[in-house]
Design a protein around this ligand. Sequence first.
Ligand SMILES: [Zn+2]
Length: 421
Amino acid sequence: MDTSFYSDEEGMPGEQRQKYYNEKIRWIVEHAYRNSPAMKRKLDQADIKPSTIRNERDMQQIPVTTLEEIIELQKANPPFGGLMTVPPNSFTRLCMGMGTEIWPMSSSGIMHEMVAKTYYAAGVRKGDIMLSTIPFHPIYSGWVVDAGCQRLGVTLIPAGWGNTERTVEMMRRLKPTVYQGIGNSLIEIIRKSEELGYNLRRDFPLRLAIVGGEKLSTSLRSSLENDYGITIRDSYAVGRGAMAYECGHGTWKHVPEQILIEVVDPVAKRQLGPMEPGEPVVTYFDDRYPLLRFATGDITYYTDEPCACGRTSRRLAGWLGRIGEAIKVKERFMHPKEIEGAVRDIPEILDFQVVVTQHEHRDVLTFNVELARQADRAKVGESLRERIRTVSTLEIDNVNVIEHGALPHDHKRILDTRVWD
Ligand SMILES: [Zn+2]
């Protein structure tokens, strides 16, 4: 196994690593205070002088920023809500995040570095051809993949998702060596290729898959590795624009040096110790988007124990779930508020509940709706699909019309019945 690192900083010994982080923390807090009006307001309101934040432990004095806050800030003060330190035309890509927030790709390149590290640690090298099934518009995910490939000199096939037969045809003709996307999409591609008479091991040179975007079940991982001989490396998109990666020694995910991850108590937002499950909070060492303590809403835990690969970074257990009602479905976050806003535009729908289930490793999205008596069921179903597609890019699988009063008075807007093994 090739044990080299993408960059020397991955192997910094403990003391040097601590010094590196202290310097980065002092710089980014000061920089954010001076250049990002939204971050300055946050620190001022909490009565914090940037010079008093000296290390990771001090960081917990700074209030977290949630995705909802970012969306509100950007709505009140478009386009960036005072979060960025430079104007829109200073970025290389202007994208939406997986909610409705604007999340530009920074040309200062911290995302490029994080993704390149992720791919390199997985075993991707210059000369590889990577097929990605991640969407390339309008959200930023695809561009993140593109950034990593450009950094490493890897050829990218931006296949996207939606037409599996076409993807198999691209694989047959272009011979990718690496797959990138969600694990469940890969198994669908493999099944389709078998249906079309191909044998994965014999007909395709695919050796490695970098998966992420949803929780990878142990059964799926072992099926891909043992039945099809593909090396699987899981990655964890922690929050927005950040990445933690596997190195081949177990399933812990290394935190790259471009971000600081604290794991905190989801209510008190105080730091937790190793192995204590809590919410990962991300600080980005990005001069253009110096976001301090972004509260991801995820659940994970970490270890600072050294890894056999020689990398000395903190490692995360990966994505263990979501806090509160917002959930990840079909590789995208679904917020109850976002869905409610979309449904409100259809007056014939009196009440509704979204149910997320799983069938053969695929998420299934069902809307149970109570309709006004005179409503045209087919028409309402079509409008609903269209609205949800517009606000969230999600495709609804089923719309069920239910009896009046069938939903309990205080029902959850989104019911997630998926079980993870
Ligand atoms: Zn490692």
